[in-house]
Design a protein around this ligand. Sequence first.
Ligand code: AMP
Ligand code: MN
Ligand code: MN
Ligand code: MN
Length: 288
Amino acid sequence: MFSLRPKRDPSVLNADLHCHSSVSDGTLSPGEIALRAKEKGVQLWALTDHDELSGLAIAAEAARDADLPFVPGVEISVTWGPETLHIVGLRVDPDSRVLADGLEHTRSGRMRRAHEMAAQLDEVGIHDSLEGALAYAGNPDLIGRTHFARYIVEVGRCDDVKEVFTKYLIAGKPGYVPVQWATLDDALAWIAAAGGVAVIAHPGRYRLDERELRDLFVQFKERGGVGIEVVTGSHSPDQYKRFAKLAQEYGFRASRGSDFHGPLESRCELGSLPNLPDTVVPIWRDWA
Ligand code: AMP
Ligand code: MN
Ligand code: MN
Ligand code: MN
């Protein structure tokens, strides 16, 4: 028997194309993540901080020093109907003016939201949370729910960040303040202007029914979206299968990423996910 499959199957590359540094809501610096990714066996690494590009230059340098192939990325917060979506841009130009300006605009509502979150938390007896959250924010422009979650753990209201996201900071609970993020059109236009490819992050995590999810896939594809995350720290093994099938059906390339935020907080370590199913085309297949 012989196989028509190429000898070096790209789906077995240990690619980790989604993670966060202290430039957004991760706990390690971009340089520390580069070293950790290398140590954990990652062979292709993207840093994808929320709505922020300022970690990419250091990340690229640290990756070069560690002999780790690096992909500049970003994870853009998008408001789509009532839902917040995350769109990952990969191979973006870190110096793109269009992307940087768009992200700056998207970030601008965060501090105002943080004040409102703190006011709500104050009412349930969690005081000084803005100062507390800021102490965890490497970059105050990116102040977000994760930083508040760490403070809520610090003051002993919850055992861990995961628990916080069941009792606080989510719709219907104290500390939840909705934000108007970027539109899907804008996010895709910015990524395209920066020469990148757009990927829907953790599609299994959104509160969308089957019809809404398919509607999203159609809109995303029509606007030039290229891929979806299939194997991510946010998906169960059943969801790997489900989204591999959907990727095939819609002609999306598949991405793989841990969504690592730090050693003590993440469901998933850098480079530790299973390989992509061999039925999908890896997003990195044709990358040099
Ligand atoms: P923000 O962009 O400020 O609304 O915060 C969103 C971030 O909160 C995500 O990127 C995650 O890091 C974190 N987050 C949201 N939901 C959860 C959850 N259920 N468990 C842990 N972290 C979460
Ligand atoms: Mn995050
Ligand atoms: Mn996300
Ligand atoms: Mn993420």
